[in-house]
Design a protein around this ligand. Structure first.
Ligand SMILES: NC(=O)c1ccc[n+]([C@@H]2O[C@H](COP(=O)([O-])OP(=O)(O)OC[C@H]3O[C@@H](n4cnc5c(N)ncnc54)[C@H](O)[C@@H]3O)[C@@H](O)[C@H]2O)c1
Length: 370
């Protein structure tokens, strides 16, 4: 599609993740960042200077700016829905970092407001649009592993307090390893296998407090107010059964990231928090795993591709891939796994979403998809 004009983006939240989004217009012509804001104006000014963003302003001024068409919401998780709702109330579409909200009520409020206003509410992650996961989706769709029957997904580590400059939010409700990293794993699983129908799980907090070891605040303690080792059992609507573990409590492990098992073979899927490979396949009649070349583009860190896809989808009036509907389904799944642990039973999910439409293989630019 020829773009009629680039879409004007206003960024709210100029913290750690904002830099990669501010580089995105160099890759995606449709994106034009016209303003940025933060409650910490020092951060907003610093990022504006670094990325030559023409306007620095308060959140209120950005929301009132008629030039801004999409509010890119890069604040911390428990502020996501408040900013998204304010953007929608101001008549602007919104694209949030994950998660959509920290409660179902927050996520639902954002979806309802977007629908009522005829606006979009997109949400990260968008790593499933990278060349690695798109190649996996194509392999599954081609029937390379037959009918998918099972999946495993593992994200285990020892938490962000060794590297993040403000790690407190990871240990509050709505943080924790599942709310933080689960969206990458669930988006990848849903893009490959479709939505889930029910879940159960077990969750625990292995360490009641954490000690910051990044250089800025070395030694400061954080009280842990959310589970930090969560095990989930996943029933997909297509009949496949999955296992997920997300943990901030494990020093070391040798588990794969994601594997999909089918009636005719197995697929080893790359880290869903990246855009590239490696991908390995072993079919029933093969003696060994073999690496599969990537068939799709955007294999470098292409964060912002979901926002660019949303901007194209608005102009083409087509569904977007990193949708609020999928983000809400993921939020519902993550909440339900935590609740299942407290309540001791399976939880049927009331939400669902379509499998996002795959990107074209061998494309040179994202625009070719519209
Ligand atoms: N850091 C990463 O590697 C990473 C990776 C992927 C996704 N994310 C996601 O990106 C989001 C932001 O993470 P981060 O690491 O950049 O955090 P951060 O704390 O570095 O940045 C968040 C920014 O939002 C600002 N902010 C908070 N409340 C605000 C409000 N009410 N109005 C305006 N600004 C407000 C803060 O001042 C801060 O500058 C989170 O949802 C996180 O899950 C982070």
């Amino acid at each position: 599609m020829e773009i009629s004009k680039p879409t004007s983006i206003g960024v709210i939240g100029c913290g750690q993740i904002s830099s990669i989004y501010m580089e995105a217009p160099a890759t995606f012509d449709i994106l034009n960042i016209v303003a940025c804001a933060d409650i910490d104006m020092v951060k907003a000014h610093a990022q504006a200077k670094r990325f030559s963003i023409p306007k620095v302003c308060t959140v209120e001024e950005l929301l009132a700016d008629p030039e801004v068409e999409i509010v890119l919401n890069l604040t911390i998780p428990n502020v996501h829905s408040e900013i998204a709702l304010a953007a929608l109330a101001a008549g602007k579409s919104t694209y949030s970092e994950k998660p959509l909200g920290v409660t179902r009520a927050q996520g639902k409020a954002v979806l309802d407001a977007a629908q009522a206003k005829g606006l979009r509410a997109g949400c990260a992650p968008d790593t499933f649009l990278g060349g690695g996961l798109q190649t996996c989706i194509q392999l599954i769709n081609e029937g390379q592993i037959g009918q998918p029957v099972a999946a495993t997904a593992f994200m285990l580590g020892h938490g962000p307090e060794s590297w993040h400059l403000a790690p407190d939010f990871y240990y509050q409700p709505g943080g924790g390893p599942m709310f933080d990293m689960g969206p990458y794993y669930f988006a990848a699983l849903i893009a490959m296998l479709g939505p889930l129908r029910r879940v159960t799980g077990s969750a625990q907090t292995s360490f009641p407090e954490r000690t910051i070891t990044n250089s800025l605040e070395y030694g400061r303690k954080i009280k842990v107010n959310t589970p930090t080792h969560i095990v989930g059992v996943l029933d997909f609507a297509n009949g496949a059964v999955g296992t997920i573990i997300t943990s901030f409590d494990v020093w070391s492990h040798q588990l794969p990231r994601i594997e999909i098992y089918g009636t005719e073979g197995s697929l080893s899927v790359p880290d869903p928090n990246t855009f590239s490979g490696p991908i390995s396949l072993r079919r029933a009649n093969e003696k060994e795993w073999h690496e599969v070349p990537l068939t799709h583009g955007y294999t470098k860190n292409s964060r912002g591709i979901g926002l660019a896809d949303m901007a194209y989808a608005i102009q083409a009036n087509t569904p977007q891939r990193a949708s609020g509907e999928m983000a809400y389904h993921i939020l519902d799944i993550m909440q339900a796994i935590h609740e299942a642990s407290d309540e001791g039973h399976h939880i049927e999910l009331s939400s669902t979403c379509p499998r996002p439409t795959p990107l074209l293989a061998g494309m040179h630019t994202l625009a070719e998809n519209y």
